[in-house]
Design a protein around this ligand. Structure first.
Ligand SMILES: Cc1cc2nc3c(=O)[nH]c(=O)nc-3n(C[C@H](O)[C@H](O)[C@H](O)COP(=O)(O)OP(=O)(O)OC[C@H]3O[C@@H](n4cnc5c(N)ncnc54)[C@H](O)[C@@H]3O)c2cc1C
Length: 451
């Protein structure tokens, strides 16, 4: 370390001290300013869940290490902060998202004008997007070969904690963190690095059951780490290192789920347009319905399909929804209500505490039949059958749709039961809407084939 040199660690989606290579690189250089910039481009459109979680996570990080906060355009704020502390380098973990990558280029240019270098070390992924390529040097279009090549590519071991004698700098003026009021009834999970490690250690005790339990929303069978991963409170490499050497389907399946996260980031990196547009454009030409009262019923969890309503209410109450429910509710919107996936994706991003552009847009596109490895469009989920299969005793439905707690069949309550407890009749006839979806699909398929 050179006591004369100073550096800046610009935190973004890496709000942790353990296994943070960019932070270690900054501290190795000299006394370091920990900086976070509240960027209106990201803050303004964020819903209450992500805003709240970000602020709470920054408070948690700020309790562990000195953290200066500035609000405004990062191009201006990062350069100004770096100049204030006389830094020669600003360290970051590389951002591969469409906005983040462009922002970093603009900041890099402005820093260069001031004689300061932007240094990228690591990323929010075990393998940086764009790295996994096939034998011809091309990116993979589908998941399974990507996942195999991703495993073979491998990753470094965790970088460890920050040194005890780390030296920190501060700014004279730092912006206060905004207070975020949560809408009534929204109760979010605990953020922060310490909570992430606790959640991971608890999950490791049950990882052997993951392959069997992960599809069951009535069980606590998944890790609930998605919001921690989103803010970088724990790094996937830390998880992969703890899983190394563990035999069994549970650990293998969990690794595969992490690979999905990396795959979708890779796809978004090479196709930034797929954040909001069709990855495979054929279905863009399909007839869709404009969102109307049925869309409102879907958002508010009163479609009259208990499993769909349970999922939508879990989202509004906790900022999280079980993966099986994300698929069921997304399929219902696109194939039963014939509403385009982007409307649903926006609603999810507004409420999800783990809202992530790559995983959300591609999770939606997969379900809507226009993404990577898409399930064939004609395979339409029957919500009632899905509910019976994955929530066999109706425990999940009874939890999130409490008016159905005591009815005989929570999956398909009788008209009398619905009437008695004030639960709506189904807003659509699933069998008829399935046929309608298939008709509309047939139209675009025929048009594409020139028939
Ligand atoms: C329509 C739709 C929208 C989605 N939107 C998001 C989103 O905005 N943010 C998000 O993190 N995940 C999203 N997912 C993926 C998945 O539902 C969540 O990652 C998972 O439910 C989070 O819970 P968990 O941490 O307990 O998962 P676990 O089952 O414990 O999985 C561990 C981790 O693996 C990753 N992962 C698991 N499944 C997937 C998957 N299908 N795709 C990508 N990564 C996965 C996540 O990082 C997750 O935290 C979406 C899926 C669908 C079908």
């Amino acid at each position: 370390m050179d006591p004369q040199a100073t550096s800046v660690m610009w935190f973004r989606r890496d709000l942790r001290t353990f296994d943070n290579p960019a932070l270690l690189a900054a501290l190795a250089e000299g006394p370091t300013l920990g900086l976070f910039v509240l960027d209106p481009v990201l803050w303004d459109p964020a819903g209450p869940s992500r805003r709240h979680q970000l602020v709470a996570s920054l408070r948690a990080l700020g309790a562990d290490v000195p953290l200066a906060v500035r609000a405004g355009d990062p191009v201006r704020e990062v350069v100004a902060a770096a100049r204030e502390v006389g830094a020669t380098h600003v360290h970051v973990a590389a951002d591969y998202g469409p906005y983040g990558a462009a922002r970093d280029e603009a900041v890099e240019e402005a820093l260069a004008d001031a004689g300061i270098a932007l240094v990228r070390t690591g990323s929010p992924y075990a393998v940086a997007p764009g790295r996994v390529r096939n034998g011809s040097g091309d990116p993979y279009q589908v998941f399974t070969p990507f996942s195999r090549a991703w495993s073979e590519h491998g990753w470094r071991g965790p970088a460890g904690p920050i040194p005890d004698d780390a030296l920190w700098l501060s700014l004279e003026e730092t912006a206060p963190l905004p207070e975020v009021d949560l809408p009534e009834g929204l109760d979010l999970p605990e953020p922060g690095e310490a909570a992430a490690h606790r959640a991971w250690e608890a999950f490791l005790e049950q990882v052997d059951d993951y392959a069997e339990d992960r599809d069951r929303p009535d069980l606590e069978g998944t890790s609930r780490l998605s919001h921690h991963l989103k803010l970088g409170e724990i790094h996937p490499r830390t998880l992969l290192a703890d899983l190394a050497g563990r035999e069994g389907d549970g650990a293998a399946t969990f690794r595969t789920e992490l690979a999905w996260r990396e795959f979708y980031a890779d796809v978004l990196h090479r196709r930034p347009d797929s954040a909001r547009d069709y990855l495979r454009p054929q279905l863009a030409a399909m007839r869709y319905d404009e969102p109307g009262p049925d869309f409102d019923a879907w958002r508010e969890g009163r479609t009259g399909f208990p499993i769909v309503d349970a999922g939508m209410r879990q989202l509004r109450a906790t900022g999280w929804m079980h993966n099986r429910l994300r698929m069921i509710t997304a399929s219902f919107l696109v194939k039963d209500l014939h509403v385009e996936w982007q409307h649903g994706a926006r609603h999810f991003l507004h409420w999800l505490v783990d809202g992530d552009l790559a995983s959300n847009s591609h999770g939606w596109q997969w379900t809507a039949g226009c993404g990577t490895d898409a399930a064939p469009y004609f395979r339409v989920f029957n919500p009632t059958t899905q509910g019976r299969r994955f929530d066999p005793d109706g425990v999940y439905i009874r939890t999130w749709v409490p008016e159905l707690a005591d009815v005989a069949d929570p999956h398909d309550p009788s008209p009398d039961d619905r009437d008695l407890v004030g639960y709506p009749e189904p807003i659509v006839d699933h069998r008829a809407e399935r046929l309608e979806a298939l008709d509309r699909y047939g139209e675009v398929r025929d048009a594409a084939a020139g028939r």
